[in-house]
Design a protein around this ligand. Structure first.
Ligand code: RFL
Ligand code: PHB
Length: 391
């Protein structure tokens, strides 16, 4: 098989890249290890930055998001038994959309198929070869057969455990990593959200997040120790712990409960690969970097990476000029490191040490109170959360 741009991975990064390239008249083939229904069901992110929502709209795949998603103009920080709202438009002129990553994936797959795009599901890339030449190749297996995809460029959008990053020569890349001593236990529940906007709760018992998927489906997370087995958490224990962490002084707020339909535990990690390109192989999205989910940045960074790449590949295709491709890694890494810092900062601000209420806890409370009192401190949170337009 032959294609100008070989893409590995049908997550949001690979699908959006293929879609944007198509709009520039550039063909691509996506190799995806899983089947379509698995890709469309995987529960992940829910917050879409202002600029990413605009990019989805501008490229013709925002209609269902605008119909079914929710515009959110703020979040609530809950700490010391009190609620404090951060108003995004007031502080930044921007907002965010609540629309599940899994729905974006469905929209992009449907659009790619409608446009005649090639997505090979259940096609696992096993090796990327000859990346230092102008004819790189991807080896893959599909329907029990080995095959080769010949390309002008390969873009690995194959997530943290893919084959892309490990195909970069060890002596040209550097990796930076931080692993946190806690994970998130996430649930999906058939119950109306108990709030209109997301609640990020700091408490002595640990962090909790109340998010949502629709008027009848809630998404909630609990900070748990790394190594937690979801089997140790009965539904009753999950609801009791969530209620305790969200409790307001005065008790005039109640968490609504309902049947839990999905439970998962996600470890928390910060990770960056530099550079995000070698020869004719580019990395985009989780293949290149991971953030802890507290800042809601992973999906958004993945989309920003491929927006840069689509523009750079279009310039190369139109004129042969590779300047934007050559600049890709440095340009993308500026936003990546901003998001890394913000995600690390939000994580450190809100997750508490199981040993209780010592020095770090008091520092967190002091800074949370500062955000509640200071426009400037609130604005720096809002600016990063809604997405910085130009970096
Ligand atoms: P993905 O989505 O992991 O897609 C990679 C795809 O590559 C395929 N693949 C291969 N295909 C062929 N051959 C191989 N050898 C392959 N190896 C892998 C995989 O099957 C898969 O389909 O990466 P992508 O596209 O870079 O997208 C990144 C996002 O998925 C991720 O950053 C976010 O979900 C992170 N994240 C959040 N991000 C946000 O922006 N806002 C949020 O609110 C948010 N919340 C979250 C999150 C991630 C979470 N988890 C589960 C990690 C909440 C959670 C709980
Ligand atoms: C989600 O809705 O899944 C979600 C929202 C905000 C985050 C992380 C995840 O920070």
């Amino acid at each position: 098989m032959r294609t100008p741009i070989g893409i590995i991975g049908a997550g949001p990064a690979g699908l959006f890249l293929s879609h944007l390239l198509h709009r520039q008249g550039i063909d691509s083939v996506i190799l995806e290890r899983r089947d379509r229904s698995y890709c469309e069901r995987r529960q992940r992110a829910g917050v879409v930055e202002h600029g990413v929502a605009e990019a989805l709209r501008a490229s013709g795949v925002g209609a269902r998001m605008d119909r079914e998603g929710f515009v959110h103009n703020g979040i609530e920080l809950r700490f010391d038994g009190q609620a404090h709202r951060i108003d995004f438009p007031d502080l930044t002129g921007r907002n965010v959309m609540i629309y599940a990553q899994t729905e974006i994936v469905k929209d992009l797959i449907a659009q790619r198929i409608a446009d005649g795009g090639q997505i090979l599901f259940e096609a696992e890339a096993t090796a990327i070869e000859d990346i230092e030449t102008d004819h790189p190749r991807v080896r893959f297996t599909h329907a029990g057969r080995e095959d080769i995809l010949e390309c002008a460029y390969v873009v690995a959008c194959d997530g943290f455990h893919g084959v892309g990053r490990s195909s970069l020569p060890a002596d040209v890349i550097q990796t930076f990593e931080k692993v946190y001593p806690f994970s998130w236990l996430g649930i999906l529940a058939d119950v109306a959200p108990s709030c209109d906007e997301l609640i990020y709760a700091h408490s002595e018992r640990g962090f909790a997040l109340h998010s949502m998927r629709s008027e009848s489906v809630s998404r909630l997370y609990l900070q748990v120790p790394t190594g937690t087995d979801p089997k140790d958490w009965s539904d009753a224990r999950i609801w009791a712990e969530l209620s305790a962490r969200f409790r307001l002084r005065g008790g005039d707020w109640e968490l609504q409960q309902g049947p839990i339909t999905d439970t998962s535990v996600t470890p928390m990690r910060s990770f960056v690969t530099e550079p995000m390109r070698h020869g004719r192989l580019f990395l985009a999205g989780d293949a290149a970097h991971i953030v802890p989910p507290t800042g809601a940045k992973g999906l958004n960074l993945a989309m920003h990476d491929v927006m840069l790449l689509a523009e750079a590949l279009a310039a190369w295709r139109a004129t042969g000029d590779t300047k934007l491709l050559d600049d890709y890694s440095a340009t993308a890494l500026r936003r990546v490191w901003r998001a890394e810092h913000f995600s690390y900062w939000m994580t450190s601000l809100l997750h508490t040490d199981p040993d209780g209420t010592g020095f770090d806890y008091r520092l967190q409370l002091s800074y949370l109170e500062h955000i509640a009192a200071s426009q400037a401190a609130a604005a720096q949170l809002a600016e990063n959360y809604t997405g910085i337009p130009q970096i």
